[in-house]
Design a protein around this ligand. Structure first.
Ligand code: SAM
Length: 283
């Protein structure tokens, strides 16, 4: 069947008595070009094992299965399992894994499903868990590429440069672990039901951690402190988070080569790294 044809989808779902769940972020693709272009952008091909999160009824799964050696698709909604058995019956290289991606043993999954293959992720993510899922995937260090469709606003944050309005702690986290690229937008009419917001596809290509960061835990503590009080100067934001006097912190900022009245939103990874080094010396 055509997994993006709205009439065929409606007939399939009604035959299985399926009802959409808002809390599971269920917005299914109904335009064929979308899963095709996402799979094309993912780099899935011979030698690849692709983890898909939330296959729904399987339109992206089918595209990935046509390109990659293996696809493992994790689906939380048990009501979709019999549907996936039907829609993916033609693909011998797909395994549907029932469960919550946030609770999976990802290293064990990759080892069991993708031996000898290059592991990557490709998904139309449930929007309510975008940030924790991306954090989990990046921190796992297991994947050579992560290509996901997410809310356009979040995609802009993932890819934002220092000083731009979308830049924040999550931009820094993503850019610490990966090179990020916003690939293309997907209008809300491409989904059933249509979400309230536009979507966008981003690719995160994990890379070695920046050498300038010497203490990642402290680096991220400084980043979180700087953005927790976004409207304040960096000095005031840091002083709310670290047990150091304002004078000591002002000296750290100066020693890091930064202007006294700078705001955190203007700093990139090298500047935050220098600042973390100076704070470490004073703690
Ligand atoms: N891939 C399908 C598509 O593009 O049409 C469906 C995408 S839909 C936006 C998100 C899917 O993720 C749904 O099938 C939903 O049931 C599933 N899902 C939601 N939370 C999940 C979780 N924690 N773990 C695994 N799958 C989840």
């Amino acid at each position: 069947m055509n997994l993006c044809n709205i009439n065929e989808i409606k007939a399939l779902l009604s035959r299985h008595g399926f009802h959409f769940s808002k809390s599971l972020g269920q917005n299914f693709l109904i335009e064929e070009w979308v899963p095709r272009d996402i799979a094309d952008a993912s780099g899935a091909g011979p030698g690849a094992g692709v983890l898909e999160i939330g296959p729904g009824i399987g339109p992206l799964t089918a595209q990935l299965a046509q390109r990659a050696d293996r696809v493992a698709a994790v689906e939380l909604d048990t009501a979709l399992l019999p549907i996936l058995t039907e829609t993916l019956s033609g693909f011998g290289n797909v395994t549907v894994i029932p469960g919550d991606v946030m609770k999976l043993d990802l290293p064990a999954l990759v080892e069991a499903q993708f031996p000898g293959l290059t592991a990557m992720v490709c998904a139309n993510l449930p929007y309510n868990i975008t940030t924790p899922v991306l954090t989990l995937l990046l921190e796992s260090g297991l994947f050579s590429a992560i290509t996901v469709m997410i809310q356009k606003e979040v995609a802009q944050r993932v890819c934002a440069a220092p000083g731009s309005k979308d830049y924040g702690a999550f931009s820094l986290l993503c850019q610490y672990y990966a090179k990020t690229a916003l690939l293309f937008e997907v209008p809300r009419e491409c989904f059933l039901p249509a979400p309230k917001v536009t979507s966008a596809v981003v690719r995160l290509t994990p890379c070695p951690p920046p050498e300038c960061v010497h203490d990642p835990a402290l680096f991220f503590q400084v980043v979180r402190a700087a953005f927790a009080l976004r409207r304040k100067t960096l000095l005031n934001a840091l002083s709310a988070a670290f047990p150091l006097s304002k004078e000591a912190l002002a000296q750290c900022i100066a020693q890091a080569g930064l202007p006294a009245d700078i705001r955190g939103e203007r700093l990139g990874i090298p500047e935050f790294a220098r600042l973390a080094d100076e704070i470490k010396k004073s703690l």
